[in-house]
Design a binder for this molecule. Structure first.
Ligand SMILES: [Zn+2]
Length: 668
């Protein structure tokens, strides 16, 4: 396994040809001092940018017209001299220069949409054109010129349903019909596979051990066929750039199980890439890096270098605040494995989607409930988990049915909701659940009057559920509550008030869900509803049911607010577990849709901001561990704290949590 360093910077350098004086303020000493002060130990530098310019002399491409020296060589040698790694970046999917010199290499959509000549922005190239030969030659040249590079980073790796002349001809030769979307998608996958084969070989031409990463902004759950072309993973997830603060834990929860070392990639920006002069509060970056450690990964911070080549002073002070903390924490964060006993079987993989509301909602509820979890696809091993969550729309085919039945027979437990567990081919449950089923409720929104054990503290009366439920009756388990139907569905025939039709006075006779020893089933797609609406009432209802279902198996109990995060990792070689507690308050600021002329997003959008970090005190905590513990210490401070072990749980009080606290549980 390729082993990554902890403190990386991804130094974007997409630079217009209309800007002069490229790299003229580059100074070896300043470069080295800024990196050292920022505690950076790896920096990804540019061979080739989205504009299509090279930052070193080239025989294949074209050096930036206003660059007079070998900038990458200077950056590279200056970093290496102080022991900083340098992966080399090449833009693959975007190359504006090539797109203008060879418009025939651009991607063309089936609707006949090509690049808009008046659009100020990059143009996606097709990997099925001679552009791929050009790209591979550029990659080979960079690998030859920079033999000590710590990896080749290739960016913008995707292929649309292209209908350029090469793709049309290729589809016909392969017996596919360019008029059919399914055929276009199938062909684009073939094109992408060829891209992976060719570019990976180009990157490794002079060194078969050269690390390679292909970035498409996301690690798609279930898309494991491409991983043979990767040496490690870089999980792009800029919380303020549209990904949000809950994307990273989900993405990491899947990536942890792919057998790679990986890093999280955030940005120093207030919003996202390409924001010159955008800078976030240091507390936000401290939290983001801590969250990467807590999720078992290394860190990378995105920056954009000014065309003059000088690293921005405030940016590297900002990075230093986060990375000095990371450096102190590293001994407890390397070579970790997760101890999570709960796994979410991703509905995105089951439904061939990049992301689903059900997965995100399940992730959020587990994060808010402080229940450590992994994300798995149907090909992965289930037996290491005590509980498997199937969010909302995981339909079950014959193979999955056999796998789930054997998982249950081996002592596993399932949490299902809405349409999860239904047969892939028909509208009936494929699994033997403790319920009778009467299909989908035609009336919506309906309402839940939760059974007392599961009722939210503040909602004993029926609360609204925004998406339709499955009409089930508990049969062999305990009911989670009663469903109340509305009088009618709101439509042109009849409606009531501004939003929902009220509930009828009598319950419908159906149950809100059922819990038995092995099965917890929610009649609604509770996870999608939570993703969509974020109701606290629903969160309490679901978490009460989940906690009851887990019982003594609940791994971590911590008196923390729902905005805090908890993870439990193990360092087998160090013979210890490490509990991570994280806390920050995020708030949406901005918005209003102010028009920004010429801006790619068009208008101002809300941004999730972290500013102040507030301390939490005296957090009563207990952790269920299979191993006896000899000491409990706050790390990296090194302070031992008293603990007791009872009923298989290690109990202690964390005196203070400010942003991030690790607790080392040393095995006896
Ligand atoms: Zn094409």
């Amino acid at each position: 396994m390729y082993h990554l360093r902890f403190r990386q910077v991804h130094l974007d350098f997409h630079t217009s040809p209309d800007i002069a004086g490229i790299g003229e303020k580059f100074d070896r000493k300043v470069w080295q001092e800024r990196l050292k002060k920022a505690h950076v130990d790896s920096i990804t530098c540019f061979s080739l940018c989205h504009h299509g310019w090279s930052y070193h002399p080239t025989e294949v491409g074209k050096m930036h017209p206003h660059l007079k020296f070998d900038l990458l060589r200077e950056q590279f040698d200056a970093a290496k001299e102080i022991g900083v790694n340098v992966p080399v970046y090449l833009s693959a999917g975007l190359n504006y220069r090539a797109s203008q010199e060879h418009p025939e290499w651009n991607e063309y959509s089936a609707e006949g949409k090509g690049p808009n000549p008046l659009h100020a922005g990059f143009i996606k190239l097709c990997f099925n054109t001679p552009y791929l030969d050009h790209l591979c030659a550029l990659i080979e040249e960079a690998a030859r010129l920079f033999p000590g590079a710590n990896g080749i980073f290739l960016d913008i790796i995707n292929q649309g349903q292209c209908c350029c002349s090469w793709c049309k001809r290729g589809m016909l030769e392969a017996g596919l019909d360019p008029m059919k979307e399914a055929d276009r998608i199938a062909y684009s996958r073939k094109v992408l596979e060829n891209y992976y084969v060719r570019t990976t070989a180009a990157a490794k031409k002079y060194d078969p051990e050269m690390p390679v990463f292909h970035n498409s902004g996301h690690i798609t759950v279930g898309d494991t066929g491409i991983l043979k072309y990767f040496s490690h993973l870089e999980l792009e997830s800029l919380p303020t750039g549209g990904w949000g603060y809950d994307h990273y834990p989900m993405s990491a929860a899947y990536s942890r199980n792919l057998g790679f070392d990986f890093l999280g990639m955030t940005g120093k920006f207030h919003t996202t890439w390409g924001e010159f002069g955008g800078i976030k509060h240091p507390n936000a970056l401290r939290y983001e890096c801590a969250a990467m450690l807590a999720n078992g990964s290394k860190c990378s911070i995105g920056d954009q270098l000014h065309p003059d080549g000088e690293l921005d002073e405030s940016t590297y002070e900002l990075i230093g605040k986060a990375y000095s903390e990371v450096e102190a924490k590293e001994p407890w964060c390397d070579n970790v494995k997760s101890l999570s006993e709960v796994a979410v079987l991703a509905s995105s993989a089951a439904n061939h989607k990049r992301e689903t509301a059900g997965d995100v909602g399940a992730g959020r509820l587990l994060l808010e409930g402080h229940i450590p979890f992994e994300v798995v696809d149907a090909e992965m091993e289930f037996s290491r988990y005590k509980v498997l969550v199937l969010p909302d729309d995981v339909r079950v085919n014959a193979a999955l049915k056999a796998k789930l039945e054997s998982y249950l027979a081996g002592g596993g437990k399932l949490i299902l909701s809405g349409g999860s567990g239904l047969d892939a081919e028909q509208d009936a449950f494929a699994l033997n659940l403790p319920l009778t089923d009467a299909g989908w409720n035609p009336l919506s929104p309906d309402y839940i009057e939760a059974a007392p054990a599961f009722a939210p503290e503040f909602a004993k009366t029926p609360f609204v559920m925004y998406l339709p439920s499955r009409r089930i009756k508990a049969d062999g388990g305990e009911s989670l509550g009663k469903i109340y139907d509305p009088y009618f569905n709101r439509d042109f025939r009849h409606f009531c008030s501004h939003q929902h039709t009220p509930y009828r006075p009598e319950p419908s006779g159906f149950d809100a869900g059922v819990v038995s020893d092995r099965i917890l089933y929610f009649a609604h797609p509770v996870f999608s509803i939570y993703r969509g609406f974020g109701m606290v009432s629903l969160q309490e209802f679901v978490l009460k049911a989940v906690r009851r279902f887990l019982g003594a198996e609940l791994q971590v109990k911590a008196a923390l607010p729902t905005t805090a995060r908890v993870s439990l990792l193990e360092q087998p070689a160090e013979n210890r577990a490490v509990l991570h507690l994280l806390f920050a308050t995020t708030i949406n600021r901005g918005g209003a849709g102010l028009n920004i002329p010429g801006h790619p997003f068009g208008n101002s959008r809300p941004v999730e901001v972290i500013e102040e970090l507030l301390p939490l005190a005296d957090i009563e905590t207990s952790v269920k561990l299979d191993r006896p513990v000899k000491s409990v210490r706050l790390v990296p401070q090194g302070k031992e704290i008293p603990f007791e072990t009872k009923d298989g749980r290690v109990r202690f009080t964390v005196p203070e949590l400010l942003c991030h606290q690790m607790v080392e549980l040393a095995y006896r």
